[in-house]
Design a protein around this ligand. Structure first.
Ligand code: ATP
Length: 284
């Protein structure tokens, strides 16, 4: 049986801690001689808190993010969300999951230019069926929380880059997602503004008990996260936990039921170590 089609199952004891689990993820784009192997066997557990993914261009960061979010289907391995294999969900279920449980923040250009900030933020709620008045009120609450109290009526073109990204963050958070995925969310900002924006994002997500998964080239962005992994050539090459944040104890690590022999697994928990000092790729 193809590895990606196997039934993966989480034990009940790990369900409360784990939001996402990637197991043996591989991703190959194209066919024949034009093939590119973007992921070469990635195992990763995502828990509440903030996780930065760093690595050189082409190392597979965005591909990993897209696989975790169910945007692309890996060619091998599996992604589990709260213990459910995303591959077993229909396209409709996956789309619904992305709308209700996941939030997304991209580099820029995700706001509708003709709508005021509050309506931009309210949009996902209205698409989910909430009446406009209630949706806009909730959106306003998130804008206030993100320090945009006086800017509910401003259109994206009337905001600074950092303010517009805060609106985009409010829009990602308004549905109260369990996981927020961010791909270079500060890439269009100067370093200081970017670090401030990411700090707000990481703190808000963490306070809500949710998880943030952020792809970034910026070490000051990664510094806002409680955990950083580094990638190269489609694999995880290092893992770093910020001071004061604990890596999970071995006994709390997930026991997954795989459909294949133990020897066929690529276990990141064995191949990555908690780095005693900052990984060079993460060091400021
Ligand atoms: N849709 C696609 N079709 C073909 N190849 C792709 C596709 N998307 C990504 N790739 C290739 O897969 C590899 C990993 O790409 P990916 O975008 O995941 O890397 P990345 O680490 O996010 O890079 P960057 O930091 O430059 O954004 C690269 O070699 C890239 O060219």
């Amino acid at each position: 049986m193809a590895r990606g089609r196997m039934a993966y199952r989480l034990t009940a004891t790990t369900m409360g801690v784990m939001l996402l689990n990637a197991r043996g993820l591989t991703m190959t784009y194209g066919k024949g001689t034009g093939q590119t192997r973007a992921l070469a066997g990635v195992d990763l557990d995502v828990r509440p808190g903030s996780l930065a993914i760093m690595g050189p261009s082409g190392s597979g960061k965005t591909t990993l993010l897209h696989c975790l979010a169910g945007i692309v289907r890996p060619t091998g391995g599996a992604v589990l969300y709260r213990g459910h294999d995303l591959a077993t969900l229909s396209d409709r279920q996956r789309t619904a999951l992305r709308r209700t449980d996941f939030g997304f923040v991209f580099q820029s250009g995700q706001l509708l230019p003709e709508l005021p900030a509050a309506e931009n933020v309210a949009l996902p709620l209205m698409l989910g069926g909430l009446p406009a008045r209630e949706a806009t009120a909730r959106a306003g609450g998130w804008l206030d929380r993100l320090g945009l109290g006086g800017m509910h009526d401003r259109r994206p073109g009337e905001l600074s880059g950092g303010q517009a990204q805060r609106v985009a963050i409010a829009r990602a958070l308004v549905v109260e997602p369990s996981v927020v995925f961010a791909d270079e969310p500060t890439g269009a900002l100067d370093q200081r503004t970017g670090a401030e924006v990411l700090d707000v994002l990481a703190r808000t997500v963490t306070a809500a008990g949710a998880a943030l998964v952020v792809v970034t080239h910026d070490r000051s962005v990664a510094a806002s996260c409680s955990r950083t992994i580094t990638m190269a050539d489609g694999r995880i090459t290092g893992e770093y936990f910020a001071p004061g944040t604990q890596p999970p104890a071995p006994e709390r690590r997930p026991k997954l039921s795989f459909g294949e022999p133990e020897s066929e697994r690529t276990a990141v928990l064995e191949t990555t170590t908690v780095l005693p000092a900052l990984d060079p790729a993460v060091r400021r």
